[in-house]
Design a protein around this ligand. Sequence first.
Ligand code: AMP
Length: 213
Amino acid sequence: MNILLFGAPGAGKGTQSELLVKKLSFLQISTGDLFRAAIKNKTALGQTAQSYMDKGELVPDSVVIGMVDEVLANLNGKNFILDGFPRNVAQAEALGKILSQRQLEIGKAVFLEVPSEALLSRLTGRRVCKSCGAVYHIASKPTHKTGVCDSCGGEVIQRNDDKEDVIATRLKTYAESTAPLKQYYKSLGKLVAVDGDRNSEEVFVSIKAELGK
Ligand code: AMP
């Protein structure tokens, strides 16, 4: 089954995707990660995306939809998780068209529910490895050595868009554009809401149960 994971910034989409990849062999399609890779590689796509990401705004629909379409054309039969896409109803509608053209289907749209107070501390405390993308938190999952990745020894930094002024815009964008997806997928009979305000293993067990695994 293919699934999509959505929720507010900091709800744990990346962490849960990582577990789904490791434990259930899904292919993760994270639009945020794809943009960050494009920025790192200094491509034209990266340049376009960065100007929006730095402000906490959504990258234009045409750009992100084209990028996802290309990825979905090259799946090689793997079950996938869409992580961070769609981010609004227009993207969800475009996704529906792409999937039906490619004879693919999303089985469940998993919504990670986390109260807004928890989101802020998750986001301001989040740190990421510049090299391998491993995710840490200054309080709940610190690196053994400050600023150094436990997995690869790379530099661990705060994402530009995890700084407080940008977070405010991201949360507002989420409330206005992404939260309506709950109703959208509910009306398609695909919505599954999971309490994301628990430790990541507990959340993962609930997701697994929802997927019948
Ligand atoms: P994320 O890593 O999912 O939190 O995404 C980081 C940033 O990338 C977002 O704040 C947006 O600027 C951009 N982004 C990621 N996915 C999308 C999307 N589906 N549509 C538009 N912008 C996106």
